[in-house]
Design a protein around this ligand. Structure first.
Ligand code: NAD
Ligand code: ADE
Length: 412
């Protein structure tokens, strides 16, 4: 038992070396205790990077209640380490059922947190629909991901969001790095660990050319894949074309692809008509937040047989005799089959989380229920600290330049 926790500690310490912004915040939070006396409920992928965030919040005076944001993304050694070495309240285990997943979320809520961090909206939506009294006392929350923000915006439109939520995903120092470079690299990592295939020469179909899709397409291309993008937004589709990718409908692409990767945040992006078109041996991976992008239910209902080939890789034999290979049950391939984003990008995402929580705790009487942007000062501070840690300096505006940028009458 202790051996597992020790393994977790090594992983957390190793990750911390690549999280210099969190380290800078640790010095100030330890001294100033911005969360003294406050309880923070957190629903996050339980990884070494998350452990570093939780320890930062604890050092800032908070009592943290942590549960997982996906039943398959928890690293059990990190749970053990946080619980047994650090005395943090944490409930989750990898492979828990959906019922256990929601029981753990409800346990976090029953501890009546003052502040919330969510990744995907399960904690906040459960709280606001099932525990109105506890929710109405919450100072505020932060949401980590694109899908969570869409869900919480929809909840707010129905008048059911009961406290202010900061859309951390929308900070530039979050999505430009985490969604793009983090998801790009770690999704390819997940596919490689699950399959050990060569990417070079394969045709890789990327569904969605948003922040994650751009990263995945870029990394797959860099490894020698022929990349086809599918989109529903004409502007994003055009961007993909001008970035040098082929753009096709999923119906067209389904007959050509060797590897399919969904990152749309949408439902049934790959479904029966596409499965039927696919080549024998096609590999299916999803890195969008929920396991709804590839219609796994259809595969389950219609398969002739299914078997486990390797860790996180299952083979489905379909009625047309073709073999389809699904990574990580269609859940986030980068977190299930690999280790999620590297700590260097989580450093910025979680610095935005920590500073946004501090902002909420300072502004508790001013903010009404709704979705708020991360204040630009926080976004710039995170970039400034990250550059500082890389020993990179940038130019400053001269007085003359500042004045010039404020004029309109100096032309040709
Ligand atoms: P985004 O809004 O920037 O991009 C999504 C893109 O998908 C958009 O361009 C949209 O037009 C396109 N799209 C929607 N429906 C489609 C369909 N049916 N077919 C093809 N394209 C379609 O979002 P994002 O930030 O790139 O996030 C995408 C998903 O990844 C979300 O679920 C998000 O929560 C998740 N995410 C996962 C990780 C991870 O670690 N795996 C990290 C960040 C975000
Ligand atoms: N989301 C994507 N990668 C992650 C990581 N390493 N830790 C926590 N959340 C993540």
């Amino acid at each position: 038992m202790m051996e597992v926790a020790e393994k977790g500690k090594l992983l957390v310490d190793w990750a911390s070396k690549e999280m210099p912004v969190i380290k800078i915040l640790k010095e100030s939070f330890t001294q100033n205790k911005p969360f003294a006396g406050l309880k923070i409920g957190a629903c996050l992928h339980i990884t070494p990077e998350t452990a570093n965030l939780v320890l930062l919040l604890r050092d800032g005076g908070a009592k943290v209640f942590l549960t997982a944001s996906n039943p398959l993304s928890t690293k059990d050694e990190i749970v053990d380490y946080l619980r047994n070495y650090e005395g943090i309240w944490v409930e989750s285990k990898r492979g828990e059922s959906n019922q256990e997943y929601y029981e753990n979320i409800r346990k976090v809520i029953s501890n009546q947190p003052d502040l919330i961090i969510d990744d995907g909206g399960d904690l906040i939506s459960t709280m606001c629909s099932e525990n109105k009294t506890i929710s109405s006392k919450v100072i505020g929350g932060c949401e980590e991901t694109t899908t969570g923000i869409i869900r919480l915006n929809n909840l707010h439109k129905e008048g059911k969001l009961l406290f202010p939520v900061i859309a951390v995903n929308n900070a530039k120092t979050k999505h430009m790095f985490d969604n793009r470079y983090g998801t790009g690299q770690s999704t390819i990592d997940g596919i490689l660990r699950a399959t050990n295939i060569l990417i070079a020469g394969k045709t890789c179909v990327v569904a969605g050319y948003g922040w994650c899709g751009k990263g995945v397409a870029q990394k797959a291309k860099a490894m020698g894949a022929k990349v086809i993008v599918t989109e529903i937004d004409p502007i994003k589709a055009l961007e993909a074309v001008m970035d040098g990718f082929e753009v096709k409908t999923m119906e067209e692409a389904s007959a050509i692809g060797d590897i399919f990767i969904t990152v749309t945040g949408n439902i049934e992006v790959i479904t029966d008509k596409h499965f039927n078109n696919m080549k024998d041996g096609a590999i299916l991976a999803n890195s969008g937040h929920f396991n709804v992008e590839i219609n796994v239910e259809y595969l389950e209902k219609n398969k002739i047989s299914k078997r486990k080939i390797r860790d996180n890789l299952e083979e489905y034999i379909m009625p047309n005799g073709k073999h389809l290979y699904l990574i990580g049950e269609g859940r986030l391939a980068n977190l299930v089959a690999a280790e999620g984003h590297p700590p260097s990008v989580m450093d910025m995402s979680f610095a935005n989380q920590a500073l946004s929580l501090e902002f909420l705790s300072k502004n508790k009487t001013r903010l009404k229920p709704g979705i708020y942007d991360v204040p630009i000062e926080i976004d710039k501070k995170v970039a400034f600290y990250k550059l500082l840690s890389m020993k990179i300096r940038i130019d400053e505006l001269s007085e003359k330049q500042k004045k010039y940028m404020e004029t309109w009458n100096l032309g040709t």
